[in-house]
Design a protein around this ligand. Structure first.
Ligand SMILES: NC(=O)C1=CN([C@@H]2O[C@H](COP(=O)(O)OP(=O)(O)OC[C@H]3O[C@@H](n4cnc5c(N)ncnc54)[C@H](OP(=O)(O)O)[C@@H]3O)[C@@H](O)[C@H]2O)C=CC1
Ligand SMILES: CC(C)(CO)C(=O)C(=O)O
Length: 309
């Protein structure tokens, strides 16, 4: 099986490490993007990543079984533009991304390809040419269905796809990721991960702290959780608020040493994924006429200070 991974970033390299018994191509913007090394949590030595770098435009030269897309929310358009003229219909696409909206975009542009979505709490960051992994997280994978709309929640169009008959690349990921599971409802994993990122990412970026330091800000965390849960409930997502609250606390603890991906982007003056995270919730809050002052403030704080487009 040949698997492509878009880019040479943090999550892409973590996945290349998990899949190191398979031929992996890192599909980068430029050919001269050297393969990185990866340092596992608590390890001293960096491991070489066993992958070949290709340009994304040369995707037609190889018959990929699957392409994993671990890119930022605002980078998906450029990936679609590069893949669209060159992608075989037999290649399965696996989107690993924070925020909501990417599945719809892929479906519109690749109607004939299998599309799966995954969310991960694996965590790390780039230091020089090295990926420093800070936490082994969980990977949840599911089949994408049509649009992520309230009336469709829990009614998956693709309910004939199960863990047993999923694409072989999905089975490979489930086998080699140390903590992966199949999700019957992709909406549930996306919206649960959205809640996690909506609470952790913007606060850590604005307060300039590691995820674990959020434990020193219990009031801010709890006010934000209340607003996020209120919007998700009104949107039609059925979930146990206590369980989701505990899951957010658990991720804060498990990734205590990580700077969230939004913290990294914000502090390095790169565009953040705020539109796909708080932007999505704010849009729903406006439609549903909900008062969410903390979400509004954080959204504006990030928008006003992040790298202008
Ligand atoms: N980092 C973390 O700890 C976690 C991240 N996530 C999520 O995972 C997703 C990926 O994040 P992360 O790995 O940190 O991101 P990175 O920025 O580290 O990696 C993204 C990679 O995609 C490449 N890329 C983007 N657009 C293109 C394109 N058009 N063609 C080729 N390559 C492209 C980038 O290349 P270039 O450098 O050239 O732009 C970069 O190498 C995000 O949604 C993030 O929120 C989830 C959990 C934890
Ligand atoms: C899991 C978590 C919160 C790890 O920091 C993440 O998804 C991110 O940083 O984007």
């Amino acid at each position: 099986m040949t698997i492509g991974i878009i880019g040479n970033g943090v999550i892409g390299n973590i996945f290349a490490h998990y899949l190191n018994s398979q031929p992996i191509h890192l599909l980068c913007r430029h050919h001269n993007n050297p393969v990185k090394t990866l340092t596992l949590p608590d390890a001293k030595n960096a491991l070489a990543i066993n992958a070949e770098v290709q340009t994304i435009e040369s995707v037609f030269k190889t018959c990929y079984d699957a392409i994993i897309i671990p890119v930022k929310y605002h980078q998906l358009d450029s990936v679609i533009n590069a893949l669209k003229p060159n992608l075989a219909a037999s290649t399965c696409l696996i989107l690993i991304q924070n925020g909501v909206g990417g599945g719809e975009l892929l479906q519109q542009n690749f109607p004939n390809n299998d599309i799966y979505i995954g969310t991960t709490t694996d965590a790390g960051y780039l230091v020089n040419n090295n990926v420093q992994m800070t936490a082994y997280g969980r990977l949840e994978l599911g089949i994408w269905k049509s649009a992520l709309r309230a009336e469709n929640l829990n009614h998956t169009k693709n309910n004939s796809i199960t863990e047993q008959n999923a694409h072989p690349a999905i089975k490979t990921l489930l086998q080699y990721h140390p903590n992966a599971c199949w999700a019957e409802s992709v909406d549930t994993i996306l919206l649960s991960k959205l809640a996690i990122n909506a609470v952790i990412n913007p606060l850590t970026a604005i307060l300039n702290i590691k995820n674990g330091q959020l434990r020193d800000y219990p009031n801010q965390v709890s006010q934000l959780k209340s607003e996020v849960f209120c919007v998700l409930q009104a949107y039609g997502f059925v979930f146990e608020a206590d369980a989701l609250s505990k899951r957010i606390d658990e991720v804060i603890t498990l990734t205590a040493e990580n700077y969230s991906s939004m913290h990294q982007d914000f502090r390095n003056k790169r565009q953040t994924e705020i539109d796909g995270v708080l932007g999505f919730l704010l849009k729903q809050a406006n439609i549903l006429e909900l008062n969410v002052p903390n979400i509004v403030r954080l959204f504006n704080d990030i928008k006003n200070k992040e790298k202008p487009r």
